[in-house]
Design a protein around this ligand. Structure first.
Ligand SMILES: Cc1ncc(C[n+]2csc(CCOP(=O)(O)OP(=O)(O)O)c2C)c(N)n1
Ligand SMILES: [Mg+2]
Length: 577
C-alpha cells in the first residue's frame, strides 16, 4: 500500500474513534425522537443543519426565524414533544425569541437552540461578530435557559431542555450553543455514553383524592353549572376522557378558541353560541386547562354577572389557583390524570344538571344560531365577513380533519365564532397574546407535523407579518391553502388621514392582489370576489393538496375597530382629534 493511502486509513480509524459537538448534538436529538428542526441557517450553525439533514433529521429552512419559531411552538402544541427551532447568533436569536416567549406564554413546549459567539469575547464586550449575551436575554422570557460549554455536556444539556419544556406546565426553553462547541472533539465511546435518553419526560401528576372529591361536591351542588375547556385540555391529548367526563356530567361546555373541537362545536352540550348567557348566569364554573386571564375577563366584572359563583379549576400549575378570583375547588395535576380521576369518582349515577338551566342555555344557543344562519348564506359582492366565512364553515364541516389556522382582528373574531370545529387540535390561532404573525409558521408546522391539509384564514394585515414564508410553503410543496381576507387594511380599509398626504395608519394599498405573490414561487393564486368563487377555489386547493393563496376581496367597510375587543382601546375624556 502506498504511504499516502496508509496514512489516510490511519486517519480514518482515528477519526472513527472520535466524535465532535456537531455529531453529539445530532445523536442526542435523535435519541430523544426530536427529528424535525425549524430554523434559518448561517454562522455558526450552517454545517450543523447540513449534517443534521444528512443524518435523516428533517431540517426546514425558513425565511425569518420568527416564523420558524412559531412553527416549532405549534409543533410542540400538536405533538407534546418540544418543537425545535435553530437560529444564528444575536439577530437570528432575537428574531426567534418572540416565538419562544410566545410558546412560554401559551404553555407550548419548545426549545430554541441558538448558536452564539465566543464567550471570552462576548463577556469582555470586545465587539465579536454578532456579539450578545443571549443566555441573559433569554432567561426572563422563557421557562428555563441553559448553556452548554463542553461537548461532553451536550447530552445533559438537551435532557435538561427537554424536561424543562414538557414537564409540569409546558413552555419555551433556551439552549445556548457557543460556536466553539460544535467543533470540540472527544472520544467517541465516551461521547455516546454521555448522551441521555430522557425517560418519562412529562411524568403524570396525579391529583389528590380529596381535591377530586371536593371538586365533584361543588359541581354536584350546582344549579347552573358550566365547564370551560382551555387549550391546556386540547394539549393534554386526553380527548376520550374529557369527552366522557363532559358527557357524563351533562354540563354545558364552552370551548376556548384552541379547545374547539375537543367535543364538536355542534355537540348538544356546546354553549359556544350562548357564551354571554353562560358566563353571566352560571353558578359553578369548572375550568379544565383554561386560565382566568383577560380572555375570560379575569373571572369577574360585567361579563360574569352579579350572581355569586364558585370556581373549580383543573390545572397542572398550582400557582394558577387564585390568580384572579378565589378558586373554591383547586385540582392540581395533569389534565389527563385529573379528568380520569374525576370520571372514576363520579360513580354510576351522576345526576343531570337542573333541566331549566339546560333549557335556558339550549334555547339561547339555538336562538343565536338561527339569527346568524341567514347572514352566513349571503352571496354579497363585495363579500362581507359573514358571506365569506359561511362558505369556509361549510368546507370545514365537509373536511373535519383539515387544520384551521386563523389570525387577524375581524377575520379572527368572526371566524372563531362562525367556523365550527369537529376534532381536537384542529384550530390553531393567535393564542394568549392575540399576536399577529403566527400564520405561515403555524401552517407550515401543522402541515409538517400532521400531514393533514391546512386552511389558513388570514387578515390581510395579519398575513403580512409572515407572508414571505409562502416561498417556504411552495419549496416544501406543503398542502396549505391560504385565504386572505383582503379588506384593504387593519380592521377596515376606509380610514382617511385628515391632516396630510400620507395614507391613514390602518390602510394598505387598495385592491392589492396577494394571489400574485404565490405565483412567483410556482404556487396557485386565485382572486375570489364572491362566496361562490371562494368556495370553488378553496375546495380545488384542498383537493389538489398544492400550495394555494386565495385573495378574498372583502368590503373595506365591513369590519369593526379591533374586531371584538375594541373595548380594550384606552379612552380619554378629552375628545378624539
Ligand atoms: C405582533 C402584533 N403586532 C400588532 C398587533 C395589533 N393588531 C391586532 S389585529 C391587527 C391586524 C388586523 O387586521 P387584519 O389582519 O387585516 O384583520 P381585519 O380586522 O382587517 O380582518 C394588528 C396589527 C398584534 N396583535 N400583534
Ligand atoms: Mg384586514
Amino acid at each position: 500500500m502506498a504511504d499516502a493511502a496508509v496514512k489516510e486509513k490511519l486517519a480514518d480509524a482515528a477519526e472513527r474513534e472520535l466524535t465532535d459537538g456537531f455529531h453529539l448534538l445530532i445523536d442526542a436529538l435523535k435519541l430523544n425522537g426530536l427529528t424535525t428542526i425549524y430554523g434559518v441557517p448561517g454562522i455558526p450553525i450552517t454545517d450543523f443543519g447540513r449534517m443534521a439533514q444528512a443524518s435523516g433529521i428533517r431540517v426546514l429552512s425558513f425565511r425569518h426565524e420568527q416564523n420558524a419559531g412559531y412553527a416549532a411552538a405549534i409543533a410542540g402544541f400538536l405533538t407534546k414533544k418540544p418543537g425545535v427551532c435553530l437560529t444564528v447568533s444575536a439577530p437570528g436569536f432575537l428574531n426567534g425569541l418572540t416565538a419562544l416567549a410566545h410558546a412560554t406564554t401559551n404553555c407550548f413546549p419548545m426549545i430554541l437552540m441558538s448558536g452564539s459567539s465566543e464567550r471570552e469575547v462576548v463577556d469582555l464586550q470586545q465587539g465579536d461578530y454578532e456579539e450578545m449575551d443571549q443566555l441573559a436575554i433569554a432567561k426572563p422570557l422563557c421557562k428555563a435557559a441553559f448553556r452548554v460549554l463542553h461537548a461532553a455536556d451536550i447530552g445533559i444539556g438537551l435532557a435538561r431542555a427537554i424536561r424543562a419544556a414538557v414537564s409540569g406546565r409546558p413552555g419555551g426553553v433556551y439552549l445556548d450553543l457557543p460556536a466553539k462547541l460544535f467543533g470540540q472533539v472527544m472520544d467517541a465511546a465516551a461521547g455516546q455514553k454521555s448522551l441521555i435518553k430522557v425517560i418519562d419526560p412529562a411524568p403524570a401528576q396525579i391529583p389528590a383524592a380529596d381535591a377530586v372529591k371536593r371538586a365533584l361536591d361543588v359541581l354536584k351542588g350546582a344549579k347552573r353549572p358550566l365547564i370551560i375547556l382551555g387549550k391546556g385540555a386540547a394539549y393534554a391529548q386526553a380527548d376520550d376522557a374529557i369527552k366522557s367526563f363532559v358527557e357524563k356530567s351533562g354540563v354545558p361546555f364552552l370551548p376556548m378558541s384552541m379547545a374547539k373541537g375537543l367535543l364538536p362545536d355542534t355537540h348538544p352540550q356546546c354553549a359556544g353560541a350562548a357564551r354571554s348567557t353562560v358566563l353571566k348566569d352560571s353558578d359553578v364554573v369548572m375550568m379544565i386547562g383554561a386560565r382566568l386571564n383577560w380572555l375570560l375577563s379575569h373571572g369577574k366584572g360585567k361579563a360574569w354577572g352579579d350572581a355569586p359563583k364558585k370556581f373549580i379549576q383543573i390545572d397542572i400549575e398550582p400557582k394558577e389557583m387564585d390568580s384572579n378570583v378565589e378558586i373554591a375547588a383547586p385540582v392540581v395535576g395533569d389534565i389527563g390524570s385529573c379528568v380520569s380521576a374525576l370520571l372514576n369518582a363520579m360513580g354510576g349515577n351522576w345526576p343531570a344538571p337542573p333541566a331549566d338551566w339546560i333549557k335556558t342555555v339550549t334555547s339561547k344557543r339555538d336562538e343565536n344560531v338561527a339569527k346568524m344562519a341567514p347572514r352566513l348564506m349571503n352571496n354579497n359582492v363585495p363579500m362581507d365577513y359573514h358571506g365569506a366565512l359561511g362558505v369556509l364553515r361549510t368546507i370545514v364541516k365537509e373536511r373535519p380533519d383539515a387544520i384551521l389556522v386563523n389570525e387577524g382582528a375581524n377575520t379572527l373574531d368572526l371566524a372563531r365564532g362562525i367556523i365550527d370545529v369537529y376534532q381536537p387540535r384542529k384550530r390553531i390561532d393567535v393564542g394568549t397574546w392575540g399576536v399577529m404573525g403566527i400564520g405561515m409558521g403555524y401552517a407550515i408546522g401543522a402541515a409538517i407535523e400532521t400531514g393533514k391539509p391546512v386552511l389558513a384564514v388570514e387578515g390581510d394585515s395579519a398575513f403580512g407579518f409572515s407572508g414571505m414564508e409562502i416561498e417556504t410553503i411552495c419549496r416544501y410543496q406543503l398542502p396549505v391553502c391560504v385565504v386572505i381576507f383582503n379588506n384593504d387594511g387593519i380592521y377596515r380599509g376606509t380610514d382617511v388621514n385628515s391632516a396630510g398626504a400620507d395614507p391613514a395608519t390602518t390602510v394598505f394599498v387598495k385592491g392589492s392582489r396577494y394571489d400574485k405573490m404565490i405565483e412567483a414561487f410556482g404556487g396557485t393564486g386565485v382572486n375570489a370576489t364572491s362566496p361562490d368563487e371562494l368556495k370553488r377555489a378553496v375546495n380545488a386547493a384542498i383537493d389538489s393538496g398544492k400550495p394555494t393563496l386565495i385573495n378574498a376581496v372583502i368590503d373595506p367597510g365591513a369590519g369593526s375597530e379591533s374586531g371584538r375587543i375594541g373595548n380594550l382601546n384606552p379612552q380619554s375624556v378629552l375628545r378624539k382629534k
